[in-house]
Design a protein. Structure first.
Length: 238
């Protein structure tokens, strides 16, 4: 093969710059964009221009912190922990199970016997119960009775609790029945009653009515400065 040389010309590459689209150019082709705030560069999607006070707190993400979870009443039962329990993705100590109901030991018991009875179909809470849920919820109460008898709570008694919403201290948005027993329980359930508000009057005390003072009554009463006390008896000289 003969020696041949090939000359290649290398030209420096010109740096590419980001292409921008003028807002006035786009508004001529898309008249609907005239309602957007004017800007030299149009960003897609347009930025959310809302005062910080109008943005819900749960949608504000602070750098370095995870956003707080939504309130229990707004959570979906399909995303709750009990959905994983029903799917056998989370191990629990099951004491009873059939085709519609499960009963297992609470991971944070408050008594020697603390069992949770849940339906296998996702029901958020008492506020979301419908007519079609009557049979499965009645079966939950029947299973609670069976579990209580198997735990030896028939003679001494026990307590069934269903929490609902924030004030009811519901932590998992999936209706469940607490079976609590094995010791003497107290009533009311909370340890100390909540303090009454200072602005609202107590329900047991009635506000006193102001009695008007008549002028004749006030004038007939003697003044303490004008009344004279009786003379003290003098001691005879010894």
């Amino acid at each position: 093969l003969g020696s041949s040389t090939t000359s290649v010309s290398l030209r420096p590459r010109t740096p590419t710059t980001a292409t921008t689209t003028s807002f006035s150019t786009l508004t001529t082709t898309h008249p609907s964009l005239k309602s957007l705030p004017t800007s030299p560069i149009l960003h897609f999607p347009p930025p959310l221009l809302l005062p910080i006070a109008q943005i819900p707190r749960r949608h504000i993400r602070v750098r370095g912190r995870t956003p707080p979870p939504p309130p229990v009443i707004e959570q979906l039962p399909e995303n709750s922990l009990f959905q994983k329990v029903v799917n056998k993705e989370v191990p629990v100590d099951i004491v009873y199970e059939d085709s519609t109901v499960m009963a297992f030991v609470d991971i944070k018991p408050v008594a020697p016997v603390h069992i949770l009875i849940i339906p296998k179909q996702p029901i958020g809470g008492v506020s979301t119960v419908k007519k079609k849920h009557r049979e499965v919820l009645g079966h939950c109460i029947y299973v609670a009775r069976q579990v209580a008898e198997n735990k030896g709570l028939k003679d001494d008694g026990y307590r069934l609790v269903i929490n609902e919403g924030q004030h009811g201290q519901q932590t998992v948005r999936w209706i469940h029945v607490h079976l609590i027993g094995g010791q003497q329980l107290t009533w009311p359930p909370f340890a100390t009653p909540p303090p009454l508000s200072s602005s609202s009057p107590s329900p047991t005390t009635k506000p006193k009515k102001a009695v008007p003072r008549s002028s004749s009554t006030s004038s007939s009463l003697p003044s303490p400065s004008t009344t004279s006390s009786p003379p003290l008896p003098q001691t005879p000289p010894s």
